[in-house]
Design a protein around this ligand. Structure first.
Ligand SMILES: Cc1cc2nc3c(=O)[nH]c(=O)nc-3n(C[C@H](O)[C@H](O)[C@H](O)COP(=O)(O)OP(=O)(O)OC[C@H]3O[C@@H](n4cnc5c(N)ncnc54)[C@H](O)[C@@H]3O)c2cc1C
Length: 472
């Protein structure tokens, strides 16, 4: 245990949150030392896990931590993919799990107010029960609302509906010194001074602890339809995407997929994808107010795809077919997780996706490693998976560590360099956390990073909030 966490400090924390909400037994804290990043070598046990139940308790813990210079790492659902909630410098993991109440669904203002520890699945359910709709849907529903805000999470519906940032209207932040700030509110507009709320969105727990969030909601959508469009080759598939958008059609999602992960996922969850034709597939999800509008949109999308050489257009128009297609897309991660070292999430301008993925394929061939690549084509957000397995006749075969270990770093760097050359960034939705930190200077110059350090010093002069994340 860190020498800073003396018996007196522990007693003060226990008196703030209740002794039952302070954990230090090895068999309990081990669960709080990692996220979903696959290499457990970055995991680190915290000295204490603290589970406050109210904003006042969060503030009290931060005041103690500040006084004693103890690092504090906020933790949501731990579904992060870059080590963001790993307590890299030890100290306290502050878990929001007990702050799990949706406080209000305000139908007149189309706003929800929620505590930070509410899981996305529970939040979406509460919103639906309130007769409204919360579009952002990152892939793991056990993520918590505070974590989604702290990473500015995206997901496949961002093309039409935007990322979490587009929905946050207000938030409650507890700073490192234990001050409670209300930033924004149930407002659709504000031109009142610097927007500190937007600074906190995506700050990955380095500026303070988000304890409550005000989120904009939408009216329930109309009908939905999914189109699965196989192409023989990569380029025509990806070049179709800007053409669809240029026609003024904005689908809910435009995903591109390779056939190998689809085959593995079909086997994994025992469901059927509509076709095995071709090597690259587009999954295009549309929503519309009426059947007539849906038919018109589907027809227009199908025309563009066929003009670019699509082999066929398969329509999932019943709820059962739709569920099957969406289940396969959302379970790809589970199907290939055992063979995955890391999921990258670069973002480039939409029209650069094809050339970037072609480059990834060239890198894969040069290093002799399987790098399945798919993602949110219309957002320019590409998930290349660095693998410790190869694909062989519809199965995933593990490879020796000596075959992938020394290749992972140079592959990651080459992919990031290509993305920078195309005007992109190294994270489109997962954040920087611990594992992408060394690469930040690839996309930000020294002055930008220096300004960020300065902002952190203002919020957190003692440097206790999630130290060692994003930048040193
Ligand atoms: C299967 C799978 C699919 C995924 N799909 C997507 C996707 O489509 N799009 C996407 O964007 N992401 C996706 N992710 C990544 C992940 O779900 C998101 O990054 C999510 O926003 C993390 O939320 P969390 O609550 O799990 O946060 P955690 O992993 O617990 O923490 C993430 C970061 O946020 C900070 N943090 C957490 N809570 C707070 C708080 N209350 N106050 C301040 N800081 C806080 C942590 O310190 C850490 O830096 C996926 C992950 C998995 C495993």
């Amino acid at each position: 245990m860190s020498s800073k966490i003396t018996p007196d400090v522990r007693a003060a924390v226990a008196s703030a949150v209740g002794a039952a909400n302070v954990l230090s037994d090895a068999d309990r804290i081990v669960d709080y030392g990692h996220d979903e990043f696959s290499l457990k070598e970055i995991a680190r046990d915290p000295d204490l896990v603290v589970r406050p139940g109210t904003t006042e308790e969060v503030a009290a813990v931060l005041r103690i931590a500040s006084t004693h210079g103890i690092p504090v790492t906020p933790r949501g659902g731990a579904t992060g993919l870059c080590g963001g909630c790993v307590p890299f410098r030890g100290g306290i993991v502050l878990s929001l799990e007990r702050m799990d109440r949706v406080l209000e669904i305000d139908a007149d203002n189309q706003m929800a107010v929620t505590e930070a520890g509410v899981r996305l699945s529970d939040f979406a359910k509460a919103v639906e029960e309130g007769g409204l709709y919360f579009p952002p849907h990152p892939g793991d529903e056990s993520a918590m609302m505070g974590g989604l805000v702290a990473t500015n999470a995206g997901g496949s519906r961002a093309v039409k509906y935007g990322t979490i940032r587009n929905y946050v209207r207000g938030l409650e932040l507890v700073t490192a010194a234990g001050e409670v700030l209300w930033l924004g509110g149930k407002l659709e507009k504000s031109s009142t001074g610097y927007n500190l709320m937007h600074l906190v969105i995506g700050s990955e727990g380095t500026l303070g602890v988000v304890t409550k969030v005000v989120l904009h909601l939408k009216a329930k959508p109309g009908i939905m339809r999914s189109l699965v469009v196989p192409f023989e080759e990569l380029e025509p598939a990806l070049e179709t995407v800007p053409l669809i958008m240029k026609r003024g059609i904005v689908p809910i999602a435009v995903e591109f997929l390779e056939i190998e992960p689809i085959v593995l996922t079909e086997e994994h969850i025992r469901k059927k994808w509509p076709t095995k034709l071709g090597k690259t597939h587009l999954l295009i999800i549309l929503d519309a107010a009426s059947d007539e509008e849906m038919d018109r949109l589907s027809q227009a999308v199908a025309e563009v795809c066929c003009e670019k050489g699509a082999i066929d257009v398969f329509i999932a128009d019943t709820p059962a077919k739709q569920d099957e297609v969406l289940a396969i897309r959302s379970k790809i991660y589970d199907a290939i997780k055992a063979g995955t070292v890391e999921i990258l999430d670069i973002a480039v301008p939409r029209a650069e996706v094809a050339a970037h993925v072609r480059k990834v394929r060239e890198i894969a061939a040069r290093y002799g490693l399987w790098l399945p690549t798919f993602g949110h084509a219309a957002d320019g957000n590409v998930h290349t998976h660095i693998m410790k397995a190869r694909y062989e006749n519809g199965t995933m075969v593990p490879i020796a560590e000596s075959e992938w270990r020394d290749k992972a770093d140079p592959i990651r760097r080459e992919i990031f360099e290509d993305c920078r050359a195309r005007g992109g960034v190294i994270s489109g939705e997962h954040g920087i956390g611990l594992v992408k930190k060394p690469y930040l200077p690839l996309v930000f110059d020294n002055r930008q990073i220096e300004i960020m350090r300065g902002i952190k010093r203002v919020f957190d002069p003692a440097g206790i909030m999630n130290p060692g994340k994003i930048f040193d």
